[in-house]
Design a protein around this ligand. Structure first.
Ligand code: NAD
Length: 481
């Protein structure tokens, strides 16, 4: 068991590595429980730990979850600082909130429910059993949040997990793996029940996907990783990209809508996949909406400034259209990744506008076809598209979401309009009259998750998502009716 001093020493060492941009050195490696040089070693260690964990009671599992909640709370600030330092994305204060959210609102073993039928013919049960060992690929945008949240849900369901963290957030992710193992050991569980590798790579992910003892793969990230895992031949859960539109109609409380949208869009500098990425506003209320957005830290740029900003945050590349080498390549826009999750004032500075920290978002009026609307920027840049009525608003918003089935939001007091949009967009999350983060339990009812499985349909994942449904039948007995 580690005391507070030992934990601080480890934090200090890992922070030092992050700050200096070094890879973890040998001394750090020895200190990080559950982190290995190769995926083969990680798998072997977790298989050994899982053999022991299989015999644990639900009560013992819950004791582990309680310790993970505690260690997450204790390290919320440190993990937030590490995440921002290592990835260069997001905001420390908001990342800290995300860690408290994980600690407090991720479901534990209470999420596992038994279904029973009892009657003349006896008793039949459906119970939620573990898959076994899960392979989980995690993103750079919520690195430690995803490791901690996935660990809690997967362990509560009785599984073990081997992580494939994002290379750009490897130290932060692995520090979270270490913390989870410390919590497990403190609660009397086996070390390495959760594991990872020092050097993330596609090859390491491939090893994970090919291992016969990995029974389920979970991908949290962009379209590439979801596609790869879904083609792995294993059961896979895909939590992919979004591009959430938010509609504001003429019945909304415009002042509140403006504040909610800016609050949601600027949370962690727009990194969350659920965050408002484009506004579809009725023409009749757009001026008022823009006015109140400006009162809440938004900076309106004109068409010329928009074009300058496009050149900063997007780059053009040529892509072949077909298999034939005679096909003329088309020009496609790519995100300039170095700008993802940066503060609004830095973008403005780059186009020659100096503002202070009070500016947290850049807004602009554009057409639907503008790349700021079509691309998932993950930057505090919010384009606004004007529409005439609800039918046009819904059509535009559905097109902008690109069929991701991820998240969409709306500000309105008209039940017919709200229902129309909710039905048409078919997203996993639909938030009405609140900031987007209400969709993951911030200031709202409901549990949290950082793995929202739109493509494969599990929705907001939790312990029950990581289980197999097993039926147990006893005929002519155990019914006491
Ligand atoms: P990313 O897709 O670049 O990386 C995610 C993970 O997948 C990383 O560990 C990366 O190393 C790995 N990876 C990427 N391509 C792969 C491939 N072809 N084969 C195997 N592994 C691969 O994502 P990111 O930039 O870290 O995160 C941002 C993206 O993730 C956004 O699109 C965002 O919407 C999405 N996201 C979705 C959710 C959700 O719950 N649905 C949560 C967070 C992020």
């Amino acid at each position: 068991m580690l005391d507070e001093k030992e934990v601080s020493l480890i934090v200090e060492q890992v922070l030092k590595n992050v700050l200096s941009g070094q890879k973890a050195d040998n001394s750090t490696k020895q200190s990080l429980m559950g982190v290995f040089d190769t995926m083969e070693e990680a798998l072997a260690a977790t298989k050994k730990a899982y053999a022991e964990y299989k015999g644990f009671s639900i009560e013992q599992r819950e004791a582990i979850i309680t310790e993970i909640r505690k260690i997450t709370r204790e390290n919320a600030r440190k993990l937030a600082e590490m995440g921002v330092k290592e990835t260069g994305m997001g905001r420390v204060d908001h990342k800290e909130i995300k860690h408290y959210l994980v600690a407090d609102k991720t479901p534990g073993t209470e999420d596992l429910k038994t279904t029973a039928w009892s009657g003349d013919k006896g008793l039949t049960l459906i119970e939620m059993s573990p898959f076994g060992i899960i392979g989980a690929i995690t993103p750079s945008t919520n690195p430690s949040e995803t490791v901690l949240c996935n660990s809690m849900g997967m362990l509560a369901a009785g599984n073990a997990v081997v992580f494939g963290p994002h290379p750009g957030a490897i130290n932060t992710s692995n520090f979270a793996v270490d913390l989870v193992n410390k919590a497990i050991v403190k609660a009397g569980g086996p070390q390495n029940l959760v594991s990872s590798v020092y050097k993330a790579s596609m090859d390491a992910t491939a090893v994970l996907m090919k291992d016969k003892d990995i029974k389920l793969m979970v991908a949290t990230g962009g379209p590439g990783v979801v596609k790869t895992l879904l083609s792995s031949g294993k059961k896979a859960i895909g939590a992919g990209a979004g591009n959430p539109p938010v509609i504001v109609d003429d019945t909304a409380d415009i002042k509140k809508a403006a504040k909610d949208i800016i609050d949601g869009c600027t949370f962690d500098n727009n990194l969350p996949c659920i965050a408002e990425k484009e506004v579809i506003a009725f023409k009749s209320i757009t001026d008022e909406l823009v006015y109140y957005m400006q009162q809440n830290g938004a900076y309106l740029i004109n068409a010329e400034q928009v074009e300058k900003l496009v050149k900063v945050v997007l780059t053009e590349k040529e892509e072949l259209q077909g298999k034939g080498c005679t096909d003329r390549p088309r020009r496609v826009l790519m995100l300039n990744k170095k700008w993802v999750g940066k503060d609004a004032k830095l973008f403005l500075k780059e186009i020659g506008i100096d503002v202070g920290d009070e500016i947290r978002c850049i807004i602009c009026i554009t057409d639907e076809s503008h790349p700021f609307v079509q691309e998932e920027l993950m930057m505090p840049i919010l384009p606004i598209v004007k529409v005439d009525d609800i039918d046009e608003a819904v059509e535009v918003a559905v097109r902008c979401e690109h069929g991701n089935r991820h998240s969409a939001h709306m500000h309105s007091k008209n039940i017919d309009n709200l229902s129309k949009f909710a039905k048409a967009i078919g997203t996993t999350i639909f938030v009405k009259n609140a900031p987007s983060y209400a969709g993951i339990g911030v200031g709202s009812e409901g549990y949290t998750t950082f793995t929202i499985a739109g493509p494969t349909g599990e929705g907001l994942t939790s312990a029950k998502t990581f289980t197999r449904q097993r039926r147990c039948v006893l005929v002519d007995g155990l019914s006491i009716r």
